[in-house]
Design a binder for this molecule. Structure first.
Ligand SMILES: [Zn+2]
Length: 667
């Protein structure tokens, strides 16, 4: 027998039992001149709206969507204000909101539901949606008869018991497609798109899961499957479609690669789901070829893909990972005169804290443990790819979201550093705190220790309950301001500032500094800053063989101006304030005066330059709009033109990199 014919015979073409739906819902067939009502009492009646048609001639004459919209609104108003629509048989008032809610327009999907079917060979879970249609019949005398009929659309997932193959079919005439491990989440999500407010027979999903469980369960994971099932049985009200969706993804996942269950066993099923979701899980064949069977090995194999993605993300904004796109004359000269060859050196670091030793490959341009130049390509986070660290982190974390947060620390620190953080600090503190400084510059371990303690005390003392989610309200304003004022007033941070361990102490110290600072004269406050900035006034000039473009640059030459910028633009610019006072950084505003600037684009940005004392030159560092927003391609091009004209070296970091039409960055 033809296999396709067999499947076609097996698949149901009607699922929803709508025999009684006519007594629950009423239906309306809308036409220009009159609306036909099918009342749930069985009565049919016509409500003419000729009057309105005349009234609304000017609105309804057009066919545009807008007119239809106004027409609809106007009709609603008319219905509720002047025109009473009442069923002549049962007196139901169609102006009543509750009645209207159960009045369905012909052609609108209004109800959907599930069905489960088991045959000798298959388990099939269906989802169907239905809409009312109008059937018309005319007898010999020309009398017309109308009837509401229902039309169902069906989609399903079919599981072949013997082969353990999975198939999906979309609504309509779509063909059935087989899907594997790599597409489990995609098809489960497609299946669970709910299309109507009213959904019936959700319990059929539970029946399906109960049966499917027999094909998931084996001696190893029997317990976990059992746990799920008893959870569903005992808390039927808590088990929404979202839970079922995750559960089915996990079940199908385990059916397709049974070793996945070890992740759910050693961590949790939620953990397994997040891992499948975030890591672009490969096909079962690829999983088998990987040879990964133990939970840590499977975890390692899967997170690799995720790490590569993150790797690219971190590198995009990592200045150490990019060569210069444009080099100033100064830099070109310097490089010509200096031997630039750098030898890789290999050495061994033995970690005292954990029973492991690492071989770290470094070269001279290795900065802060985050970048390794391998095969001419820069690799961040190579540390994570080796099993040792993953095993350590895997044991520590409870969910995958924590993993995502922890590996962000590799932007700044090497594996030794990250392991020691994990040993020292609360996991919740670490996972929440990283977002507070991920976009700032790297802090040396001593400073990081202080900042983590300050954040911890902020969460503890400023809120009624200690909840690490409140880290999001922490700001570095006092911290950065204090550093700038200390620099200006020549206070030694080692004396007091570097000993601050709580948020209250920080605020108190900051407020005291402000008192001293206020009585200082403007010359004392900003004299050194002004002197440093004055060397770079050429950045502000336009014309005469100089820059001719539409950008206007204004440098900040007072401490007060610099301190204002961070809070005004809601970005992390203030962290560089202290560097300006030290003469190693320059900040200013860029105003986009391009007449072609679309109105929705920002006009004001903050620009930062690093002063490189080795090359005795300014290097472009960043250009950020309000809340760290980046400019458009048009703006980025203008900035690059400006930098080139002013002979400022720059790297192709995110702030300048052009995006293609789809918003994907070009390399
Ligand atoms: Zn009625």
């Amino acid at each position: 027998m033809n296999i396709f014919l067999k499947i076609d015979n097996m698949i149901k073409n009607t699922i929803l039992n709508l025999d009684t739906i006519n007594s629950e819902y009423s239906f309306i067939f809308e036409e220009a001149v009159a609306d036909r009502y099918f009342c749930n009492c069985g009565e049919q009646f016509i409500s003419a709206n000729e009057e309105e048609v005349v009234d609304l001639q000017h609105v309804l004459s057009g066919e545009s969507e807008k007119d239809e919209l106004y027409g609809g609104i106007y009709k609603d108003i008319k219905l509720s204000l002047d025109k009473k629509i009442v069923c002549p048989h049962c007196d139901k008032n169609y102006n009543n909101q509750d009645v209207k809610r159960k009045l369905i327009t012909i052609g609108e999907f209004f109800i959907s539901g599930y069905e489960f079917q088991e045959t000798d060979t298959d388990l099939i879970i269906y989802y169907a949606k239905a809409c009312p249609g109008l059937a018309k019949r005319e007898d010999e005398d020309g009398n017309k008869e109308y009837k509401v009929v229902f039309d169902e659309s069906i989609k399903y997932i079919r599981f072949e018991k013997e082969t353990k193959k999975l198939f999906y079919r979309e609504f309509g005439d779509s063909p059935e497609v087989e899907f594997g491990l790599d597409n489990v989440i995609r098809y489960v999500n497609k299946f669970f798109i709910v299309e109507t407010d009213k959904v019936i027979d959700i319990y059929k999903l539970h029946l399906y899961i109960n049966r499917l469980a027999n094909f998931v369960s084996d001696t190893r994971n029997g317990n976990i499957v059992h746990e799920f099932l008893s959870f569903i049985r005992n808390t039927p009200n808590d088990v929404g479609i979202n839970f079922i969706k995750k559960l089915l993804s996990i079940f199908y996942g385990i059916i397709k690669y049974s070793n996945l269950s070890t992740i759910a066993l050693t961590k949790s099923s939620q953990f397994l789901y997040e891992l499948m979701l975030e890591c672009e899980i490969p096909s079962s064949e690829e999983m088998e070829q990987s040879g990964a069977t133990s939970p840590v090995n499977i975890f390692n194999f899967l997170v690799n893909k995720y790490i590569n993605k993150l790797n690219e993300e971190v590198n995009e904004d990592n200045k150490d990972a990019h060569d210069f796109y444009f080099k100033s004359k100064n830099r070109v000269e310097y490089e010509k005169d200096t031997n630039k060859s750098e030898d890789d050196l290999n050495y061994k670091v033995v970690d005292e804290d954990v029973e492991a030793s690492y071989l770290v490959r470094q070269n001279k341009s290795y900065k802060g443990g985050k970048v390794v130049n391998a095969d001419g390509k820069f690799q961040v986070l190579d540390a994570v790819e080796d099993g040792t660290i993953s095993k350590f982190i895997y044991k520590k974390i409870e969910n995958f979201s924590q993993y995502k947060q922890i590996i962000k620390y590799f932007k700044f620190y090497d594996k030794k550093g990250v392991i020691s953080l994990l040993q020292k600090y609360d996991l919740e503190l670490l996972t929440h705190a990283i977002d507070a400084f991920y976009f700032r510059s790297k802090m040396e371990p001593g400073e990081l220790d202080r900042v983590l303690q300050i954040i911890e005390s902020f969460v503890e003392t400023r809120f009624f309950f200690k909840d690490y989610k409140n880290v999001k309200d922490f700001s570095f304003v006092e911290y950065d301001d204090a550093q700038l004022m200390m620099e200006v007033m020549e206070f030694d941070p080692k004396k007091h500032f570097n000993k601050i361990k709580t948020y209250d102490e920080l605020v108190e110290y900051h407020d005291n500094l402000v008192k001293f600072y206020k009585v200082k004269s403007e010359i004392e406050k900003s004299g050194a800053i002004e002197e440093f900035v004055s060397k770079f006034r050429f950045l502000e000039t336009v014309g005469e063989g100089d820059y001719e473009g539409p950008l206007e640059v204004v440098l900040f030459d007072t401490a007060g101006r610099i301190m204002k910028e961070g809070p005004e633009m809601r970005h992390s610019a203030s962290e560089y304030a202290v560097n300006v006072a030290q003469g190693t950084y320059l900040m200013g505003s860029v105003f986009d005066r391009d007449p072609n600037r679309p109105a929705k684009e920002m006009e004001r940005y903050t620009i930062g330059f690093k002063y490189d004392s080795k090359y005795k030159e300014l290097v472009f560092d960043q250009v950020k709009g309000f809340a760290n927003e980046l400019g458009s391609n048009r703006f980025k091009k203008l900035v690059m033109e400006y930098l080139t004209d002013k002979d400022i070296s720059f790297q192709p970091i995110k702030d300048l990199r052009l995006k293609d039409e789809d918003g994907v960055e070009k390399l």
